[in-house]
Design a protein around this ligand. Structure first.
Ligand SMILES: Cc1cc2nc3c(=O)[nH]c(=O)nc-3n(C[C@H](O)[C@H](O)[C@H](O)COP(=O)(O)O)c2cc1C
Ligand code: SF4
Ligand code: SF4
Length: 306
């Protein structure tokens, strides 16, 4: 969002949300000299019944698309928000949109939640996934409970699977229509706008599956990660891979692209390289994925750490 330090301090000092501060600045600049008009305008803005903060993490755009559809207030990228720690976020509704990673919550999302405080009367979370969600939402509930967040609403939505080590993107795209993404998303949007109280409940088997994957994950990720990526001669050193990386894990110079071994395994770099120059050893196909409803620029803005 790029707020300068002074507005940030103002937000904190007067317990204003972003829209309230924006209104104050706007009215000041407009030279509003009629106090009645000013207080009426502020009253409307202070009482925004629909005010909401939607936090999201995305690599290939599914979660950004979902977050944009749900959002009725401020949309905040988790990798960008992580640049600051120990923040308190307060709003009428607070939500988290994230992709299922290994039947659970991506590390970057876990990190963000544990390092900040969230205050709201209505908490929601939506997890996007590609094939099997298992106990992913339960994992999110567990993590959030440790940060005093209890969800009023949880949902999972089946979208295109971007996990290149296991799937061929062309096969996943062929299944897209059968997933009824728009219909399912519309229901979630309606539910959240009406502050519905509803949660996905999964049986114990899913909880066990998630627990097993999560306990093995650190070993698996360490052994796997960016050591399996390589860049071929199609690379023109455009730097896009570095800009879409939420972990600042890629260095691009005039000579070469280097992975720095602090990888979230999000697949943004490999899916979004304009030259299709990044490959996985033993990859299943050459096809790549980006959600059509978001632009490359939006994904760069969401994740760029440079
Ligand atoms: C590291 C990684 C792990 C994943 N694990 C799962 C999973 O366990 N189950 C599943 O259904 N999809 C899994 N996926 C697919 C994503 O959850 C899905 O494609 C998601 O919608 C991507 O969101 P994005 O486009 O916002 O990045 C995984 C993807 C990645 C990159
Ligand atoms: S995005 Fe692709 S073409 Fe651009 S620098 Fe990275 S690897 Fe090279
Ligand atoms: S290096 Fe690629 S896969 Fe790893 S975190 Fe960065 S963008 Fe994601």
């Amino acid at each position: 969002m790029g707020l300068c330090p002074t507005p940030c301090k103002l937000l904190k000092k007067f317990d204003l949300n972003f829209f309230e501060l924006e209104a104050l600045i706007y009215l000041e600049w407009c030279g509003a000299d009629n106090p009645m008009v000013l207080s009426l305008d502020l009253l409307i803005i202070f009482n925004r019944g629909d005010f909401m903060i939607t936090f999201y993490f995305t690599a290939t755009g599914n979660c950004l698309y979902v977050a944009k559809r749900i959002n009725q207030g401020e949309l905040i990228s988790i990798p960008q928000a992580l640049k600051k720690e120990n923040q308190t976020y307060k709003s009428e509704s607070i939500g988290f949109v994230f992709p299922c990673y290994g039947f659970g919550v991506p590390k970057i999302v876990q990190e963000f939640i544990s390092k900040n405080t969230f205050i709201s009367d209505y908490f929601f979370t939506v997890m996007t996934y590609g094939n099997i969600a298992s106990g992913g939402l339960g994992h999110m509930e567990k993590i959030c409970k440790q940060s005093n967040i209890t969800f009023n609403y949880t949902a999972e939505i089946l979208m295109v699977d971007n996990y290149l080590p296991v799937f061929k993107i062309e096969d996943q795209l062929a299944k897209e229509a059968s997933k009824k993404i728009e219909e399912n998303l519309e229901m979630i949007v309606q539910d959240i706008s009406q502050k519905s109280n509803k949660k996905v409940e999964k049986c114990g088997t899913h909880k066990v599956a998630t627990a097993v994957i999560k306990s093995a994950e650190s070993t698996f990720l360490k052994s796997y990660i960016d050591k399996k990526f390589y860049v071929n001669e199609s690379c023109n050193k455009c730097g896009t891979c570095a800009k879409v990386c939420p972990r600042k894990n890629i260095s691009v110079t005039a000579e070469k692209v280097t992975y720095l071994h602090n990888c979230e395994v999000c697949m943004a770099c490999i899916n979004l390289c304009p030259k299709n120059a990044i490959h996985l050893k033993n990859q299943r196909s050459e096809s790549r994925f980006k959600n059509q409803n978001v632009t490359l620029k939006e994904l760069i803005d969401a994740n760029n750490q440079l």
